[in-house]
Write a protein that binds this ligand. Structure first.
Ligand SMILES: Nc1ncnc2c1ncn2[C@@H]1O[C@H](COP(=O)(O)OP(=O)(O)OP(=O)(O)O)[C@@H](O)[C@H]1O
Ligand SMILES: [Mg+2]
Length: 222
């Protein structure tokens, strides 16, 4: 085991001590939950974000959700993080919140289907293929997306899906909404623009989420 690769290295008190060894139960649990989470590796480690003046209030709102993430997920609260600008922290913030949730719940014994990350375009593509060629893996992924405690739907509305895919997306969003399961959406569209693209039924459910708008510049290249 390579402890340097530990996902908890920024916060584990045992990191780099004699107790940091291959018998660490948390290391195995964290690896297991991250492998199942589908969260891209880049976003599993802490990425420090600094707000521009115009985003300070939004950062405070997002930090508030993150600091109370276990309660917020228990309540089934959702977030819609959006911005017309690329590269200003939407995916990073959604991941930070998921990372904090994992950190808080990792000691639990049953970690099946707690968290899942989906890039909506890739998921939509998989569902399109499912229509012509059934796959058990996609059916399982869809089942997990339906029922996990915390789901990230990253970049929703990035493309205009077919009627079939819109319906499947609606089934997913509606199932989570009616079962009070937390979803963090990120998007380059306002809720109204999302409605124009994916339909009023999806918009209406997404609107019940707490909305956070980011207006800062693209920082990806800085
Ligand atoms: N406020 C910030 N402070 C410092 N770095 C930032 C900030 N916002 C973004 N970055 C940097 O930009 C990178 C990209 O951020 P992220 O992937 O979260 O953007 P995004 O808003 O999801 O973009 P897109 O709309 O293209 O999906 C981050 O990994 C980080 O390095
Ligand atoms: Mg993004």
């Amino acid at each position: 085991m390579n402890t340097k690769k530990c996902y908890a290295k920024n916060y584990c008190k045992m990191y780099s001590t004699s107790k940091c060894n291959e018998r660490c139960d948390f290391w195995w649990k964290l690896n297991n939950i991250y492998n199942k989470s589908n969260l891209p590796v880049r976003y599993r480690y802490d990425i420090p974000l600094r707000p521009e003046l115009s985003d300070r209030q939004s950062f405070t709102q997002l930090k508030g959700f993150m600091d109370n993430v276990v309660e917020r997920v228990e309540n089934g609260d959702s977030l819609y993080i959006y911005s017309g600008t690329t590269g200003n922290g939407k995916t990073t913030w959604s991941s930070k919140i998921m990372n904090m949730y994992i950190r808080k719940i990792v000691a639990k014994s049953d970690l099946e289907d707690e968290v899942l990350y989906l890039n909506v375009s890739l998921f939509v593509e998989a569902m399109r293929n499912q229509y012509s060629e059934y796959s058990d893996d996609i059916a399982t992924l869809k089942e997990r997306a339906m029922n996990c405690k915390l789901l990230i739907l990253d970049d929703i509305g990035a493309e205009r899906p077919s009627e079939y895919v819109c319906e499947r997306l609606y089934d997913l969003i509606n199932h989570r909404y009616t079962n009070m399961l937390s979803t963090i959406y990120t998007s380059n569209l306002t809720p109204i623009e999302l409605g124009d693209r994916l339909g009023a039924r999806i918009e209406s459910r997404v609107r019940s989420a707490e909305q956070v708008k980011l207006v800062g510049a693209d920082r990806r290249t800085v």
